[in-house]
Write a protein that binds this ligand. Structure first.
Ligand code: ZN
Length: 416
């Protein structure tokens, strides 16, 4: 599927340090250890609605991962999926009396526009679930052949992964069974369904239902794939097992990332699926998590339509740490707009405070579990010193800081 255009990425002098990130599976900040090409998979949208600020914050966090790795001298193979067939998409299309394909295409196009405006580096592989179905079916057949999956005995043709045969189950989220059962029921699972071998067995394939789209499936049974096997299959086909970072919002810790990992490990007989499972916190509005189910959403495209500079949206979201649940407020945006103005005035000066410590400091802060607030504070201090007109001055400093902010934080200030 078509990705979106890449923004220009300035090259900075020297190279940045090794990236450390928080791994959910180990519960601590760990150093990433990529090969020459770092490999990252970030779960994409289900395109039934526009990109809200919670989505944007997640993709911006992983955009920092991408930028820090590139600055450290790595190439990055970045993969993202689009869940362009799933229950919420069909339900929304049905509610609005619209063709689900048209809805998915329109919202995916809007997502691309939002990502382009926010200057997010595009994935190398941007893969839709529908285009991946033949491969997903092959993987489900493998699990059936090996006795790791079963067809439910109720005539629906639904296929489940037998989790009792998956020894690594639970090692990504590290949740106990009661917590898993709670999240599973809350987030699209079916723990109560009769006929399953274990309540926590996840669906791999949903047999054909009247009025729903379907494709040829495992052993000829028509239907459509489950969500978790979709991501496992796309990751295996693009970057393979043991890739460096599996990313997404914190609401994907369980069940989605747990099951994708279990599917990948069952299919290959190796582990881990990913070296680190990294999760971005939630963005709230008026005291509640921003989510489609609550309907309290602020859309990137709506802010853009109101004339808000996407760079101010980017700065506002990066002014909090990616692992801290935080609120979107008018003040947060105002502060980011003021900051952007200050930074732009500072890099437009003929000379500025020394740039070396800013470049070094921003690199060091971002490599330390993506400390974007710490990085922003360093640029604030440089801008204040530069605009004061006092102290040591360097002619090249405004251009170097402009490139630093662009390459590492992804905020374009001007043509520097
Ligand atoms: Zn996923």
């Amino acid at each position: 599927m078509l990705s979106w255009p890449a923004p220009l990425l300035p090259t900075l002098p020297g190279t940045g340090p090794v990236l450390k990130v928080h791994d959910t599976a180990r519960g601590e900040v760990v150093a990433t250890n990529p090969d020459r090409t770092a490999r990252m998979y970030v779960c994409g949208i289900t395109p039934y609605d526009a990109t809200h600020l919670g989505h944007a914050a997640t993709y911006l966090a992983f955009d920092l991962v991408n930028r820090v790795w590139r600055d450290a001298g790595h190439a990055v193979h970045y993969v993202q999926n689009v869940t362009d067939i799933d229950d919420p998409l069909l339900e929304r299309a049905d509610r609005d009396n619209e063709d689900w394909i048209v809805l998915a295409m329109r919202e995916t196009a809007l997502f691309r526009e939002d990502m382009t405006a926010l200057r997010v580096l595009p994935p190398e592989d941007y893969v839709g679930a529908v285009e991946a179905i033949p491969r997903i079916v092959g993987y489900i057949e493998t699990l059936l052949d090996e006795g790791l999956a079963y067809v439910l005995d109720d005539g629906t043709g639904d296929v489940y992964h037998d989790i009792s045969r998956a020894p690594g189950f639970g090692s990504e989220s590290r949740y106990d069974e009661a917590t898993m059962l709670g999240f599973f029921a809350e987030r699209g699972g079916d723990p109560e369904r009769p006929g399953k071998r274990q309540p926590l067995d996840p669906m791999l394939w949903r047999g054909e239902r009247e009025g729903e789209p379907s494709w040829p499936g495992p052993r000829g049974a028509k239907g459509r794939p489950g969500w978790h096997i979709e991501c496992a299959a796309i990751a295996l086909d693009t970057i393979g097992m043991g890739f460096d970072v599996q990313g997404g919002g914190s609401d994907l810790v369980f069940p989605h990332h747990e099951y994708s990992a279990v599917h990948g490990e069952a299919l290959t007989g190796t582990k881990p699926f990913a070296q680190a499972y990294v999760h971005a916190a939630m963005i709230g509005l008026d005291g509640e998590k921003m989510s489609k189910s609550r309907g309290n959403l602020v859309f990137v495209s709506k802010l853009r339509g109101e004339g808000v500079d996407p760079m101010a949206i980017r700065l506002a979201l990066l002014s909090g740490h990616y692992r801290t649940d935080r609120a979107w407020t008018p003040d947060l945006l105002r502060e980011a707009q003021q900051r952007l103005g200050t930074w732009r005035r500072a890099v437009a000066q003929d000379s500025g405070a020394p740039a070396g410590p800013v470049l070094h400091g921003v690199r060091e802060r971002l490599a330390d579990d993506l400390d974007s607030p710490g990085a922003i504070a360093l640029v604030d201090a440089w801008a204040a010193a530069t605009l004061s007109g006092e102290g040591e001055r360097e002619e090249q400093a405004p251009a170097v800081v402009c490139d630093t902010v662009d390459a590492l934080l992804g905020v374009a200030l001007q043509d520097c």
